[in-house]
Design a protein around this ligand. Structure first.
Ligand code: PMP
Length: 368
């Protein structure tokens, strides 16, 4: 068996230990005689798996007691509709929502939200169609009475990450901050209490696709518009302990194993240090040569998603073929940005980043 270093933006690498444990438990989960996939979501075995996953996530992110953790489906894109359907009802209609436009994913959120509210783009980093910065907090033109303020704290495609938790209270009179953390949740420490809602799809730092996490402050639950499907009404979901409809049980089980793995690594604080070191290794090399470049402002480069360019894009195909031959996969950049992209989530070991840097050096020697 050969395992590659998979730099995919998601679904992404999972820790090998987790996959091995899942394989060992595949046919018979802890003497139950069943695979987790075959269990009733209402049975006591799955109940134990579910409770442990929720408890571990709460510990890892130090989620305060007045926040609910919901295990949903629909992905980050689903949340682009589910969030407005749950939150705009707190204001007279049509409500205004403030957005900070920092890349492709906040752009998609803006487009979808227009079906449910009046969108105010309070700040945009767009320059010639590109996103390479986070607009400084002082420049945001927030509305007086917004239903909420939306940010995407790590733009997976553009490689731009917030290095601060914005404080929006001062200008908005308490509009909650909603953050799409799909591609960096659990990669760094955050103060959950700064946010009204945090959401993210699982398939990058958490587990398999199909599971979507929502962490929501209790007072923001219970305001869904009448048109909101019951399965996505946070009040219905919370009252039913994420079991109003059948939750993605296997994805929750794997996420639970990832949470346990993360605890064994020393938790989020320890993985954050490892992520800082991994990102520095790659960015420092990219910056040290004229052969490659990363164009994102140094103050807001993503630790998770590193887009980069070869100085001559006619070499791209040869670069990707050589990488594949060394077991370095999924390095092609998103089509809207071009070039290359290395996604280095929690489960990417430091050796994977080192192998990539070694390859970058060798390729430059051959073609520079
Ligand atoms: N938001 C962000 C920041 C993402 O990276 C992604 C997926 N790449 C999404 C939302 C959409 O997630 P999904 O495809 O699970 O709906």
């Amino acid at each position: 068996m050969t395992r590659v270093f998979n730099f995919s933006a998601g679904p992404a690498m999972l820790p090998q230990e987790v996959l091995q444990q899942a394989a060992a438990e595949m046919l018979d989960w802890q003497g139950s005689g069943m695979s987790v996939m075959e269990m009733s979501h209402r049975g006591k075995e799955f109940g134990a798996i579910f409770e442990a996953a929720e408890r571990d996530l709460r510990d890892l992110l130090a989620v305060p007691a007045n926040y609910r953790i919901l295990f949903l489906q629909g992905g980050g894109i689903g949340e682009n509709a589910i969030v407005p359907m749950n939150l705009v009802g707190r204001k007279a209609q049509p409500a205004t929502v403030d957005f900070i436009h920092t890349g492709a994913w906040s752009g998609k959120s803006i487009k979808e939200a227009k079906k449910y509210c009046t969108v105010n783009v309070a700040a945009s980093a767009e320059e010639d169609g590109k996103f390479r910065t986070i607009p400084p907090r002082e420049t945001w033109k927030l509305s007086r009475d917004a239903a909420y303020v939306h940010v995407c704290t790590n733009e997976t495609i553009d490689g731009v990450e917030f290095q601060f938790s914005p404080d929006v209270d001062a200008d908005t009179g308490g509009a909650p901050l909603v953050a799409d953390m799909s591609s960096h949740i659990l990669s760094r420490q955050i103060d959950v209490s700064r946010y009204g809602v945090i959401f993210g799809g699982a398939q990058k730092n958490i587990g398999p696709a199909g599971l979507t996490l929502v962490i929501v402050r209790e007072d923001l639950v219970g305001h869904a518009l009448a048109i909101c499907p019951s399965a996505f009404d946070w009040k219905v979901v919370a009252e039913n302990n994420s079991m109003y409809n059948t939750p993605p049980t296997y994805s929750i089980y794997i996420a639970g194993l990832v949470f346990q793995w993360l605890k064994r690594q020393g938790g989020v604080a320890a993985i954050e240090q490892r992520n800082i070191a991994k990102a520095a290794l790659l960015y420092d090399f990219l910056d040290s040569t004229g052969f490659y470049s990363n164009k994102v402002d140094k103050t807001c480069r993503s630790r998770m998603n590193v887009p980069f360019f070869l100085h001559d894009d006619r070499l791209n195909d040869a670069f990707l073929a050589g990488a594949k031959a060394r077991g370095l996969l999924q390095l092609k950049g998103h089509k809207s940005v071009g070039g290359m992209r290395a996604s280095i989530y929690n489960a990417m070991p430091p050796e994977g980043v080192q192998a990539l840097v070694d390859y970058l050096k060798d390729f430059e020697k051959q073609h520079g």
